[in-house]
Design a protein around this ligand. Structure first.
Ligand SMILES: O=P(O)(O)OC[C@H]1O[C@H](O)[C@H](O)[C@@H](O)[C@@H]1O
Length: 541
């Protein structure tokens, strides 16, 4: 696939078209077409995308759509929604869209309609959440469980933490949710410092239930609860979310307290599965259902909107455009919403673990660059930190700017000020400020080279009415399907993650070395020396 990608007629045409874009500036493109800011827009699932401030013309979009067609995007999309084994290296479907299918829908994978199982788990989650909220499920001493600690990492953490913050305005009164992911004891101690075990519920979230960090923290939590409340308290204070029910049982947990999901849900695609139990505890079953409805609305848009008006397709193709035809190595996610502070971290895993691949689906080395580096911070914080490089540095950094028309946390006129910054940044990136304007304003001649902002820096602007559960679901599904679109173009498996395994295996070996005091170090000279120094100094002086 990857060899033939660069041989596709559309790829070739895009390369030539890219040459013709050298002389184009967004200032001229906008001047030449007064409708540009209205034409290069698309809407779906409650999201409005303005992609007019990209380095594109009509021809760019035509060619990118042709590329998607030549790469078989529609067929691949149909295969994903049909539950086919599209994660070939792991022999699995990538069927996360079934997690948000409406009750009564029929979605088969492996010859089975999975919707009833999905609905059954959702119903059990809902019943459990209701019991915790109304106190029918209390701690071992009969006290209300007011604190929830989700122990999990990667896909079993980033989505729930992002959603906990994003849905701050929808939280159930007096439910506090916290997260322990890192194996560093600092996080465990920090999160639990002011907690009373009698009021704390732990959710052990792990798809595999073998992840070192999660298992280690789960045992620490168990010991912490048992020390204060005794062994019998474990059943009231621990529940698990996993696909590996055997391992959960071996951990000593009652099968009744396990919320399952399935191997066709990738970790980074699982925040809308039972991995979202902490989210449901935070916002309640009704808001969780709205979140799922938002995902579903974007699934429907992705399946039915024409490619040229299809939000995930456009975002995905624009990423390919900059990644492969402009050599852009990174992409910034800049939410103008403090509540989306963890969205960049969430999208880092979603995009970089999915598309950070060097071979195609057949195992052949890819011929072009794949997944870009994703990073970002909320605006306006970033403006006072790294935007300098975006505006005047030497690198091209396509930006996704995300904002909301209605403030859920109104405070004086601060939302207007926030949104003014969002619109102004997109404008400044695109149009910059030239020497002529600076001179007209009387800028000192010696300063002009330093003050010129070249502009022509691309951005997407994503606008929604309010950061509701449904909007959040739509935004996440938008990026899921954008990642999928990119993966289809590059011909890679976006649903495996073999690259993370080596470090895990080596860590186990190093643990053994540390435990035997470094008696038989068999690493390279650097690792051996580092381990010796660590072993000598770890007790302090
Ligand atoms: O949910 P778990 O099985 O504990 O996995 C947690 C995370 O760890 C792995 O190393 C993978 O890189 C992630 O994709 C996964 O989300």
């Amino acid at each position: 696939m990857s060899q033939s990608l660069t041989a596709l007629p559309s790829w070739h045409a895009l390369e030539q078209h890219r040459q013709s874009m050298h002389a184009q500036h967004l200032r001229e493109l906008f001047a030449a077409d007064p409708e540009r800011g209205r034409r290069f827009t698309a809407e779906g699932a409650g999201l409005y995308l303005d992609y007019s401030k990209n380095l594109i013309t009509d021809e760019t979009i035509t060619l990118l759509i042709r590329l998607a067609e030549e790469c078989g995007l529609a067929k691949r999309r149909a295969a994903m929604f049909a539950g086919e084994i599209i994660n070939r290296s792991e022999g699995r479907a990538a069927f996360h869209c079934a997690l948000r299918a409406p009750a009564g829908a029929v979605m088969h994978t492996g010859g089975e309609n999975v919707v009833p199982q999905v609905q059954e788990v959702l119903a059990r989650m809902g019943a459990f959440v209701d019991k915790v909220h109304d106190g029918r499920w209390s701690g071992a001493t009969g006290q209300r469980l007011r604190h929830v600690v989700n122990i999990g990492i990667g896909g079993s953490y980033l989505g729930p933490e992002m959603a906990w913050r994003a849905l701050r305005n929808f939280r159930h009164a007096d439910m506090d949710v916290r997260f322990i992911a890192n194996i560093d004891g600092a996080q465990f101690l920090d999160v639990t410092v002011d907690l009373d075990p009698a009021e704390t519920l732990f959710i052990i979230s792990s798809k595999t239930f073998t992840t070192l960090e999660t298992m280690t923290n789960a045992h620490a939590a168990r010991a912490w609860v048992v020390a204060k409340l005794g062994e019998a308290a474990v059943a009231r204070h621990f529940v698990a979310v996993s696909t590996n029910t055997e391992a959960v049982r071996a951990f000593g947990m009652d099968p009744e307290h396990i919320f399952g999901f399935w191997d066709w849900v990738g970790g980074r695609y699982s925040m809308d599965s039972a991995i979202g139990l902490s989210t449901m505890l935070a916002v309640g079953p009704r808001h969780f259902a709205e979140l799922l409805a938002g995902f579903r609305a974007m699934d429907e848009h992705f399946q039915t909107a024409p490619l040229a008006r299809n939000l995930p397709v456009l975002l995905g193709l624009l990423s390919v455009w900059y990644n492969n035809f402009f050599g852009a190595q990174t992409q910034a996610i800049l939410p103008y919403a403090h509540d989306l502070a963890r969205l960049p971290a969430y999208l880092q895993q979603l995009q970089m673990e999915s598309n950070g691949k060097g071979v195609d689906e057949t195992g052949q080395p890819v011929a072009v660059d794949t997944g870009p580096i994703i990073w970002g911070e909320p605006g306006t914080d970033g403006q006072h930190s790294f935007y300098q490089l975006i505006h005047q540095g030497t690198r091209l950094i396509p930006c996704d700017l995300i904002g909301f028309c209605q403030p859920l946390s109104p405070l004086q006129n601060q939302h207007d000020l926030l949104m003014a910054n969002l619109f102004a940044q997109a404008e400044a990136l695109a149009f910059g400020k030239g020497a002529t304007d600076l001179r007209a304003e009387g800028a000192a001649e010696a300063q002009i080279p330093f003050r010129v902002c070249p502009g022509n820096r691309p951005s997407n602007l994503l606008l929604a009415d309010a950061l509701s559960p449904a909007t959040l679901g739509a935004i996440i599904a938008l990026y899921e399907h954008s990642v999928f679109t990119q993966g289809v173009i590059w011909g890679i498996d976006s649903f495996d993650q073999w690259g993370v395994e080596l470090g895990k295996i080596l860590a186990q070996r190093v643990v053994a070395d540390i435990q035997d005091g470094g008696k038989s170090l068999r690493h390279d000279s650097s690792t051996n020396t580092l381990l010796q120094r660590y072993l000598q100094r770890r007790e302090g002086s």
